[in-house]
Design a protein around this ligand. Structure first.
Ligand code: HEM
Length: 417
């Protein structure tokens, strides 16, 4: 059988029959978060959270995102003017966490002006997986229950305690206020009204603990992935100035004279979409997906027994030269309107696939595109002596650069428009 066909069938079957991710356990306080829960528990959480990520809701959150993208471009002004070398993550990380915290809890921590904000330090801590613990549990799964009893967890205890405290503080402030807030936290709190005998047939509302876990997990899942993608977008554009120029031409014709970015027009920008898609192909933040077989299944001639863990290697698929000629090259035209139709959907998986795909995909794309467009309306990215070429990728955790990406910004003159 053609190897491409086989790859497609295997990946497709995984999304058809295997609905659960592998639950590593050792999730500490986050044991009941949506990305960790299984079966009916996961279904209930996903059903409750999904309405927060419809196009309509994201459109409502667009003005909050714009507030932060505007702050981002303003903060970059002096850096560009003084021709400073910029560590891109300081700015894009702050933007991502501020957008996430504002949309989830209506809390504006203003991390863009305050890079040592506790939100950033704690969100980054959540991502530092203890690698020795990871290796130990993988080699000796028999010790998992003991490790769990001893309180070992992949997620930093101090960071989960920080987020728990933050959610509780916001809730307490709301209890005494008559002001109606409409954010993700409030939508979760409102589900509690559905608890009680008269609503037994409806979806059971979230418990207090579940609310804290979902809020923490959304920040965790959304912050690092989006911040790293923005940094790698800046890096890819700085290294490919002809692509950046073409994108700026599209931006300037869509929003003439550095005009305000409008949601509908942003979503219709074709080259912007190709640039973002290509960056997520080259640097998919999640290197692999995992599924567990619910039943024993035969895929082609391979038998996958019940409960077996199956890994879908996103990074390897995205870098396979048979699927993507010259895979290490940054070529947004792979995703042009004509070429897009020929892409096999099981070979391009930055946000996963199937019922357990990324719940925040649309939200993330809007947040990324908005920041990129506003920054490129005003500045161009430029490599400098401090820029690492080629990049060393971090062998641990998410796909991302090992060392901070440093670039310079060049202010665009008004005549550019
Ligand atoms: C560039 C940005 C992002 C990328 C590349 C990304 C990627 C992914 C991937 C690969 C998965 C696993 C999907 C699967 O197993 O099929 C996932 C799951 C998830 N993502 Fe994202 N993500 C991003 C941003 C976000 C944002 C902004 C949020 C929240 C607002 C978010 C929330 C989640 C959640 C809650 C899950 C678990 C879903 C479930 O188990 O039902 N992600 N993401």
């Amino acid at each position: 059988m053609d190897p491409d066909m086989l790859k497609t069938i295997l990946v497709k079957e995984c999304f058809t029959y295997f609905t659960n991710r592998r639950n590593f356990r050792l999730n500490g306080e986050l044991y009941d978060a949506v990305n960790i829960a299984e079966d009916d528990h996961w279904r209930r959480l996903r059903n409750i959270l999904s309405p927060n990520f419809t196009s309509g809701r994201i459109k409502e959150m667009f003005s909050i995102m714009k507030h932060h993208s505007h702050k981002l471009t303003t903060c970059l002004h002096s850096k560009a003017h003084n021709k400073e070398v910029i560590t891109m993550k300081d700015f894009f990380g702050a933007y991502s966490i501020d957008v996430m915290a504002s949309c989830a809890f209506s809390v504006d921590m203003d991390s863009t002006s305050n890079p040592s904000s506790p939100l950033i330090t704690n969100a980054s801590k959540l991502f530092r997986f203890p690698i020795l613990l990871y290796i130990f549990q993988a080699c000796f799964p028999i010790f998992l229950p003991v490790l769990e009893l001893l309180g070992f967890s992949f997620f930093s205890r101090s960071a989960t305690t920080f987020f728990k405290g933050l959610v509780e503080k916001v809730r307490a402030e709301r209890n005494g206020s008559s002001h109606q807030v409409r954010d993700i936290l409030q939508n979760m709190i409102n589900t509690q009204a559905a608890n009680g005998p008269e609503h037994e047939k409806q979806i059971k509302g979230l418990t207090d603990h579940e609310i804290i876990s979902q809020a923490t997990m959304l920040l965790f899942a959304g912050y690092e992935t989006s911040a790293t993608t923005l940094v790698l977008l800046a890096y890819s554009l700085a290294r490919n100035p002809e692509v950046m120029k073409r994108l700026q031409v599209e931006i300037d014709s869509t929003f003439p004279n550095k005009g305000p970015v409008q949601y509908e027009a942003l979503m219709q920008m074709e080259y912007l979409d190709s640039v973002v898609s290509e960056c997520l192909r080259l640097y998919p933040p999640a290197a692999r997906l995992e599924r567990v077989a619910k039943e024993t299944v035969k895929v082609n001639r391979i038998t996958i027994p019940k409960n077996m863990l199956v890994i879908i290697p996103i990074y390897a698929l995205h870098h396979d030269p048979e699927l993507w000629p010259e895979p290490e090259e940054f070529k947004p035209d792979r995703f042009s309107k004509q070429n897009k139709q020929n892409i096999n959907q099981y070979t391009y998986l930055p946000f996963g696939f199937g019922p357990r795909n990324c719940i925040g995909m649309r939200f993330a794309l809007v947040m990324l595109k908005l920041a990129l467009v506003e920054v490129l309306q005003n500045y161009s990215f430029s490599v400098c002596e401090e820029t690492e070429i080629p990049l060393t990728m971090d062998p641990e955790g998410l796909v991302g650069p090992k060392n901070p990406i440093k670039l310079k910004l060049v202010t665009r003159s008004v005549e550019c428009n």
